[in-house]
Design a protein around this ligand. Sequence first.
Ligand code: PGA
Length: 239
Amino acid sequence: MKPLIVANWKCNPTTLEGAKLLFNSVKRGIQNIRNLEVVICPPFPYLSIINNQLSIIKLGAQDCFWEERGAYTGEISPKMLKDLGVEYVIIGHSERRKYQQEKDLMIYKKIEAALKRGLKPILCIDKIPQLPSFLRKRGGRRGRNPLRPKKDLEDVIIAYEPLFAIGTGKPCSIDKAKKMRIAIKKKLNKNIPILYGGSVNSENARDYVKKAGFQGLLVGGASLNAQEFIKIVKNVSEA
Ligand code: PGA
């Protein structure tokens, strides 16, 4: 698998003009790169408006609901996302766990719904107990999730995001991140890609991939600065 660099714009920028500007600058800056995949996850209102014609850039969403349609005010379904050309969806980000009180079971239902619609869920965890049982090896400690998605689990991606590193400017050390990656991998019943997220910047990006062995990165703050994000992509591409 090609390394995956996911830009999580969170609740930014605050205007469509700003979103277009950021997207177009990133697009220009990485147009010659072929050996990795970049996923841009803007806020929902910009998903259908930013114009993507570059094959290495894929669209991602920052969340989705678990039902397809119906009386669920304010929710966005995987079917709607798929229809807009979205391929990836971040699920269970720690900020959603914190501000929207998302619990593991809700998160697992979202993963199931996303898979059913052919989206690739990026499940964010900061500790091993958050891994659902359907991704764990048999015989190990069971996760808290009773669901059994029927859909193939090959499409799930894990993002290890230690809480202390998210948005703090204090990234996890390469050694500790590597240990966690290995510990997570040991628990998994499939060969699922594991990304690192938490204060990634152009200085440390390459080491998480090259030294700590992650299959890619989830980038928050640094993805809002086009030049910094382009540097991250280039540094990983040259790793
Ligand atoms: P950060 O955010 O890069 O700003 O630390 C990462 C994330 O929340 O996914």
